[in-house]
Design a protein around this ligand. Structure first.
Ligand SMILES: Cc1cc2nc3c(=O)[nH]c(=O)nc-3n(C[C@H](O)[C@H](O)[C@H](O)COP(=O)(O)O)c2cc1C
Length: 267
């Protein structure tokens, strides 16, 4: 059995968790496809496709949503979903399932893992979730991997894939994702401290929305910006700031504690 993980990860939590999941599904072989490449993967040679993303304001990041919308029509190909979140999982799995089912995938299961927060505004307010995932949450993750391993076995034995029911938790049912207008308004204008900026261009490289022009220092294009904070978090000089956050709240890569929890040492 071959699995392809199509993942979208801005600061590495989701990519790391996908690798941890792959290690736990060790009866199969797996490959990874980073959605940020912009192209589409060839799904034909895989028996099962995993779709994984980070949580963007209680919903799917626009880049990932666009990736899903470009996938070719399927005829019952088995898939599963995975997401990481810092505070509230929101509607990610429900929205993803709707899009994948409309494409003709059979969605077998889905799981959202609580991990450290990467939203700079929250980190700056000391809402880090650095303790996540707790031992109990790790048990949930291991349980999901075991369920998926069981499903793989059944597919291998020739059973028809069965679609999962994905339920929203009570909070995610009550709180709707914000509009892009509100996201941008809450973020406020991005500015560069030209005394700190060394013109490395990393902000432009990590912006998936082409929202930073090639001027020096960079100029942000509010009509294209989706409020993802990738430029802010990845700026090595911490030169990018807003009215709310300056010089703190960056999350460019997984917290060391998360890496330690998720990385299985080879036996
Ligand atoms: C712009 C932005 C919005 C976010 N919105 C949410 C959210 O609505 N709910 C949540 O639980 N976490 C939210 N997060 C946290 C991330 O989803 C979480 O830390 C995730 O693991 C990051 O994954 P990555 O490292 O693979 O990019 C947000 C992070 C960012 C940067």
């Amino acid at each position: 059995m071959k699995i392809l993980f199509c993942y979208h990860s801005q600061s590495g939590n989701t990519a790391l968790a996908c690798r941890a999941l792959g290690q736990r599904l060790n009866s199969a072989s797996w490959d990874f496809f980073d959605v940020a490449k912009g192209s589409l993967p060839d799904l034909h040679s895989y028996d099962l496709i995993g779709f994984a993303t980070w949580t963007y304001y209680l919903a799917l990041p626009p880049f990932f949503e666009e990736f899903l919308s470009r996938l070719p029509e399927q005829n019952g190909k088995p898939a599963f979903m995975f997401s990481t979140f810092g505070v509230m999982a929101g509607q990610v799995l429900v929205r993803m399932k709707k899009m994948l089912t409309a494409k003709g995938f059979v969605v077998l299961d889905g799981y959202s893992l609580h991990v450290p927060e990467s939203y700079p505004v929250y980190i700056a307010q000391d809402v880090h979730s650095l303790e996540a995932p707790t031992p109990q949450e790790m048990t949930g993750f291991d349980g999901f991997a075991a369920r998926m391993a069981g499903r793989l076995e059944r597919i291998r034995a020739g059973a028809a894939p069965q679609p999962a029911k994905i339920k929203l938790d009570i909070f995610s049912r009550l709180i709707s994702p914000a509009s892009l207008k509100k996201i941008r308004r809450d973020m406020g204008p991005l500015t560069v401290d030209s005394a700190l900026c060394d013109g490395c261009g990393i902000c432009r490289q990590v912006c998936l929305y082409d929202a930073i022009d090639s001027a020096m220092p960079p100029v942000f294009l509010p009509d294209k910006c989706k409020g993802c904070w990738a430029c802010f978090s990845h700026c090595p000089q911490k030169a990018i700031y807003t009215g709310k956050v300056r010089g703190q709240g960056h999350y460019p890569q997984p917290a060391a504690a998360l890496t330690a929890k998720l990385t299985m040492t080879e036996q």
